[in-house]
Design a binder for this molecule. Structure first.
Ligand SMILES: Cc1cc2nc3c(=O)[nH]c(=O)nc-3n(C[C@H](O)[C@H](O)[C@H](O)COP(=O)(O)OP(=O)(O)OC[C@H]3O[C@@H](n4cnc5c(N)ncnc54)[C@H](O)[C@@H]3O)c2cc1C
Length: 305
């Protein structure tokens, strides 16, 4: 039985953004914003996501995206969360889908289910193979999955793909990686969301390279709020995103002082976003990790720019 019905009290998320700022924030941004969530696995996580949505959806995001677990796990959890968010918030929900599928029919069934539920956006990825799993599934790279979605569903879905201003960890060289990125766009992607980065120049360089090569889809920066150094360092090691030394050293020096990490992190990421906004980005996509506060603090700072 859900915790809500048992009367068990689960601590709700409190926001440290004051009421005035929240009212200010609820005026929609000029720039489209979107929020990324992971599917909750426990009742407590579900309640946290509920309260996060209550705080973030008044900002009128363009869409809410929902990840899948490594190796294609949590597929049913992704589906359940997408359908719930779409129904309860009325905001377009975009499932992430990956090449880690048992076969083409399974992907087709999923696409049909999403279509029937009114889902019209996807984030299409290769995903990472879990260790111990070898051999390709029905699709080896994301461009093949994008082609499949287009072939089977035409223009129904708006498709975002991933891109890497600081390069994908498996990348051999910038030129080849750009050719592979082009393949995804030519296969039918409407736009791309970047891996997170803390160096705005890497984004601008990547965007300029795309423009020079005639790759003309909007490139939305993926923004990772900084709230927890150990977690951030772990993610960054896995995905190849660089934490610049001047940021790393300071975060390390704060040790267990969470408040200092959050304050410094908010300032760093707010300044990054300001530079990106001034540099003409088409939108901002926030990796919220299902929490509202860090994202709200950054958006509050952006509102006052
Ligand atoms: C916005 C965003 C959302 C994400 N969401 C999730 C998620 O929900 N769940 C999750 O597990 N992971 C997620 N990831 C991580 C992503 O799955 C990994 O980075 C994965 O390793 C690569 O996915 P991709 O779609 O970029 O792959 P691809 O575009 O297929 O590229 C993978 C690698 O193969 C190379 N390559 C591409 N095409 C070819 C080709 N034809 N021949 C040879 N090499 C090629 C590329 O250069 C790259 O090095 C996300 C990443 C981003 C940026």
């Amino acid at each position: 039985m859900p915790a809500r019905e048992t009367g068990r009290v689960i601590p709700r998320q409190r926001t440290d953004v004051d009421k005035f700022s929240l009212r200010l924030l609820s005026v929609p941004f000029q720039l489209p914003i979107s929020f990324e969530f992971f599917p909750p696995r426990t009742e407590e996580q579900e309640l946290i996501l509920d309260s996060t949505c209550k705080l973030l959806t008044p900002l009128a995001p363009e869409y809410l995206s929902v990840t899948f677990g490594a190796g294609g796990s949590t597929l049913s959890a992704t589906r359940k969360t997408v359908l719930r968010l779409q129904q309860e918030t009325g905001i377009s929900a975009a499932p992430h889908i990956s090449c880690m599928a048992p076969d083409r029919q399974a992907v087709l069934d999923l696409l049909n289910e999403y279509r029937a539920a009114g889902v019209d956006r996807l984030v299409v990825l290769r995903g990472d193979r879990p260790s111990g799993v070898s051999g390709p599934g029905p699709f080896q790279y994301a461009n093949e999955l994008v082609s499949f979605v287009r072939r089977e569903t035409g223009d129904h879905f708006h498709i975002e793909v991933a891109c890497y201003p600081e390069f994908h960890p498996e990348s051999d060289c910038p030129d080849t990686e750009m050719q592979f990125f082009r393949k995804k766009v030519e296969a039918g992607a409407d736009g791309a969301i970047t891996q997170y980065f803390f160096n705005a120049d890497s984004y601008f360089r990547f965007r300029d390279d795309c423009e020079r090569r005639g790759i003309d889809v909007p490139i939305t920066p993926g923004i990772m709020p900084i709230t927890n150094f150990k977690q951030l360092a772990r993610f960054s090691d896995m995905c190849g995103a660089e934490i610049p030394m001047w940021i790393r050293k300071r975060l390390e020096a704060y040790g267990d002082d969470g408040a200092a990490i959050r304050e410094f992190g908010t300032e760093v990421v707010s300044r990054l976003c300001e530079r990106l906004v001034r540099g003409g980005v088409p939108a901002l996509h926030f990796y919220t990790l299902n929490r509202a506060n860090a994202t709200l603090r950054i958006l509050k700072n952006l509102k006052s720019v």
